[in-house]
Design a protein around this ligand. Structure first.
Ligand SMILES: Nc1ncnc2c1ncn2[C@@H]1O[C@H](COP(=O)(O)OP(=O)(O)OP(=O)(O)O)[C@@H](O)[C@H]1O
Length: 398
């Protein structure tokens, strides 16, 4: 109940308040998203152990934007959501909503809806009662509240015939839909989603994510979402903040994060990738030439990151996505370019692609995703691999 926005009692009403919008430009966003509906400014929060729960969070979510906090367990995502909701106060920094500080506002007076991994529906109320409750608590007459609740339930695919059911009688996907309807029935400015799709079966997760995207446009939602699921974060969001151990490592569009991760940790957290250690040989004309620890030469674009830029003679990590590597059952001379020899260790069927494990150089291993139906080397047989300069990134350190 600790994170329940909708609670009973005189103080326990949800509800929104109109604040004056103030411009807080986000340089990378189109004009429609230029006003930060919610902004985290220099947020810090000490943790329960030595590691801070959040050591730095600085981002603004534009009106109409879907933003996701992506990170592994313990990254600080829930703490950030709870700070936005008002359940946790930061040690430093501030949260602004529509340009105004909200530190003094309790959760039920913030203009938000919240859904967590557990739908937390009121078990003793009917489905309709759950969704009508936020409206009644704000003084809406019952008949009108029920009408609006039924309309919101219908948007989420819950028919009126289920209105009299208890939440426990519904499967998890439908319970979550009821929770979303309840969170949105009073038309809050901001929807906070703390990994609500995590516990669902894949099919339910996909249809719910699709409905969320559809309703986001229909209802003009602004969403701050937290998840550990990189594919979901990239597919659902306009922008993603990658958090790890309480630190925001990168904030950008899904394509930026996937194609140009700021560091190898972001690369690994945003999708499958190869991280190959080596030493920088030279940097010429924007191309970083590397001697990999497995003995092979390789090339990629140098990246300036938290560890600085790659320097000739310095240690580095070359990052490349598995689908950006070409593999052919040919010799390097036949494949041409900068192709190098490889040996196929394993090919596994993964539905829409094959997952190949290749041996390169002295003990190096490379993961490659290959479309189904293309010619493959024999397992254990000779092959060649190649990639173009833009496919690989070289980061300092490794
Ligand atoms: N109220 C709190 N005050 C301070 N630290 C907290 C609080 N709640 C959780 N923490 C700590 O913050 C850290 C991050 O936890 P958090 O729950 O935010 O991770 P998360 O990224 O949401 O992980 P998960 O994906 O498992 O939910 C943990 O070390 C946790 O112990």
């Amino acid at each position: 109940m600790a994170r329940q926005l909708v609670s009973f009692g005189t103080e326990g009403t949800v509800f929104g308040r109109e604040g004056a919008a103030r411009s807080a430009p986000q340089p990378a966003m189109p004009a429609a998203m230029a006003v930060a509906l919610v902004a985290f400014e220099g947020i810090r929060k000490s943790g329960q152990g030595a590691t801070p729960a959040l050591s730095w969070l600085e981002l603004g979510v534009g009106r109409g934007e879907v933003a996701t906090l992506l990170g592994p367990a313990g990254a600080g995502k829930s703490v950030a959501i709870d700070i936005a909701a008002g359940f946790i106060q930061p040690d430093a920094g501030q949260v602004l909503m529509k340009g105004e500080r909200v530190a003094r506002l309790p959760p039920w007076r913030r203009d938000i809806g919240l859904v967590s991994t557990q739908p937390d529906l009121f078990p003793d109320m009917t489905v309709l009662g759950n969704v009508t409750f936020p409206l009644e608590a704000r003084g809406t007459a019952r008949a009108e509240g029920e009408e609006r609740a039924l309309a919101m339930l219908a948007r989420w695919g819950i028919p009126a015939s289920l209105g009299a059911a208890r939440p426990a009688a519904l499967p998890p996907g439908q319970q979550l839909r009821v929770a979303l309807a309840r969170a949105l029935v009073h038309a809050p400015s901001l929807l906070l989603l703390d990994d609500p799709l995590r516990a669902l079966e894949a099919e339910d997760r996909d249809t719910l994510a699709a409905d969320l995207l559809r309703l986001r446009a229909e209802l003009g939602l602004t969403v701050l979402h937290a998840t550990r699921d990189a594919a979901l974060a990239l597919a659902l969001s306009d922008r993603v903040a990658v958090l790890e151990a309480g630190r925001m490592r990168q904030w950008g569009t899904p394509r930026d994060l996937y194609d140009s991760p700021a560091d190898p940790v972001v690369a690994a957290l945003t999708g499958p990738c190869n991280r190959l250690s080596g030493t920088v040989v030279s940097i010429e004309d924007g191309a970083c030439h590397v001697r990999l620890d497995c003995g092979l030469g390789a090339v990629g674009l140098p990246v300036i990151g938290a560890e600085g830029s790659p320097q000739a003679g310095g240690r580095c990590t070359l990052v490349i996505r598995p689908e950006r590597v070409a593999v052919a059952p040919l010799s390097p001379a036949e494949l041409g370019g900068d192709a190098v020899p490889a040996r196929l260790l394993e090919a596994r069927f993964a539905g829409d692609h094959l997952r190949l494990r290749l041996l390169i150089g002295q003990g190096g291993e490379l993961l490659v995703h290959r479309p189904i139906g293309l010619p493959l080397p024999e397992t254990g047989g000779e092959a060649s691999i190649a990639w173009d300069l833009s496919a690989a990134r070289v980061h300092a350190g490794g």
